[in-house]
Design a binder for this molecule. Structure first.
Ligand code: AMP
Ligand code: MG
Length: 416
């Protein structure tokens, strides 16, 4: 079941819901839909872990050396003056332990990663040692336990290696491999169907008739979806005809776990997406107090949630990042991803009234400052290209003066 309640009902009506409230509400309604399967670690990249994984072993499995040098017992050393230890034949190398036990007053050659031989607890590194026939000499001051990595200092057997909901990127794959996990239970990739609506839309590459524009949103939303690790299905361009849109919604809901539609989501004459969703069962217009973004249509066909985004490309982009993105992660079984914002100094001023959140297209200057795009128009794709992230102006915030601190959300933080 995708949604904990029957639909996205509430918070509709004339009240404009703060972004944070809408997100909290959305989060409360969604749960994972993607089924669970077991795959080899090498096939698990980008997947979402379905169950907690405990470490089968400790890492490192045994105390070992962090450097090339000589292993010894710290108790063998004098408090001051030159130290001299007799050198045992043989050595401890990574993967090839020393066979014997090192006695008091003795040292043995050890290489990085070599297991600490019985009788030793510290390593004096090559650079600090003078070697002579059958002995080593070095200065005083070596600390007990020097250059020794402790067994279990990375992770202990039985401790949590990764929690369910983790997305398996390079660090997570390394974590699992390091404790010997070869098979993992992961969610199947979430399937997300994307289509755009509008009689004015033409396919890039086609000739434009008068009044037409090229469909920019579909390729953008497919790309945004793929960047979240889902399988994005292209369901084409659909004209503003109720039957066509209803058919497209049904086909999308049949093929996918979630549907993203651009255009027609508002309450106007040609806003067939919201009306089709209402006819088909479950639909709520969320009037969210944010700019850009007119009402967001959230609906459900059977178990499949539908996100109706605004047609304006910038509004579609921002609404995807702020609302659809975390929802898709949740449906995919991943932890709810809150974007991490960075405080930067505004190098611009902007008018704003408290009572809605605003997301400006911003560009960091690398010296602690951030500029905003020359225009706030929500149709200007140039602003998306120019910017490196969103400047998030909070609900209660008023006008921004140059020199004030603002929150910058880099696109990289959204997986782009
Ligand atoms: P709508 O939300 O359908 O009322 O569309 C709002 C504005 O966005 C209109 O100016 C549309 O022409 C434009 N628009 C809608 N869909 C797209 C699209 N796929 N690509 C580019 N612009 C679009
Ligand atoms: Mg339209």
């Amino acid at each position: 079941m995708a949604l904990k309640n029957d639909c996205f009902a509430l918070p509709a009506g004339v009240v404009w819901t703060p972004v944070e409230d809408a997100l909290a509400d959305l989060r409360g309604r969604l749960s994972p839909v993607a089924r669970v399967e077991t795959v080899a670690l090498a096939q698990a990249e980008g997947r979402v872990l379905a169950r907690d994984v405990a470490a089968p072993i400790s890492l490192p499995p045994a105390d070992n050396s962090a450097v090339d040098g000589y292993a010894l017992a710290h108790a063998s050393l004098g408090a001051q003056g030159e130290q001299r230890l007799s050198l045992r034949a043989g050595r401890a190398a990574a993967g090839v332990p020393f066979a014997g036990t090192v006695g008091p007053g003795e040292a043995v050659r050890i290489l990085t990663g070599g297991v600490m031989p019985p009788g030793t607890d510290s390593v004096v590194m090559d650079e600090d040692v003078d070697r002579e026939a059958g002995a080593i000499r070095f200065g005083s001051g070596l600390k007990a336990g020097a250059n020794r990595r402790r067994a279990g200092e990375d992770i202990r057997a039985g401790d949590a290696a990764l929690a369910a909901g983790a997305r398996l990127r390079a660090p997570e794959l390394a974590r699992l491999a390091s404790v010997g996990v070869a098979q993992v239970a992961v969610h199947a990739p979430l399937r997300v169907a994307v289509f755009s609506t509008g009689d004015e839309l033409a396919e890039p590459g086609a000739a434009l008739s008068p009044g037409q524009i090229f469909d920019a949103n579909r390729v953008m939303l497919l790309s945004l979806a793929r960047a979240q690790g889902v399988v994005a299905l292209d369901h084409g361009r659909i004209p503003d005809r109720p039957a066509a849109i209803e058919g497209a919604l049904r086909a999308a809901a049949r093929d996918a776990d979630a549907v993203i539609v651009s255009g027609g989501a508002s309450g106007g004459d040609e806003d067939h997406v919201s009306r089709a969703l209402a006819r088909m069962g479950a639909m709520a217009l969320w009037r969210i107090a944010m700019k850009p973004g007119r009402p967001l249509a959230l609906g459900q066909i059977g178990d499949v949630p539908v996100f109706g985004l605004p047609g304006n490309p910038v509004a579609a982009f921002v609404c995807f990042l702020i609302f659809a993105r975390p929802a898709l992660h949740c449906l995919a079984g991943a932890a709810w991803p809150a974007p991490v914002g960075y405080p930067l100094t505004a190098t611009f001023s902007a008018r704003k009234k408290p009572g809605r959140a605003e997301f400006l297209r911003g560009r960091a200057d690398g010296r602690g400052g951030v500029a905003k795009f020359r225009s706030d128009g929500s149709g200007l794709i140039g602003g998306l290209v120019w910017s490196g992230g969103l400047i998030a102006l909070e609900h209660d915030r008023g006008a921004v003066e140059a020199g004030e601190t603002v929150t910058f959300l880099p696109y990289s933080g959204f997986g782009l």
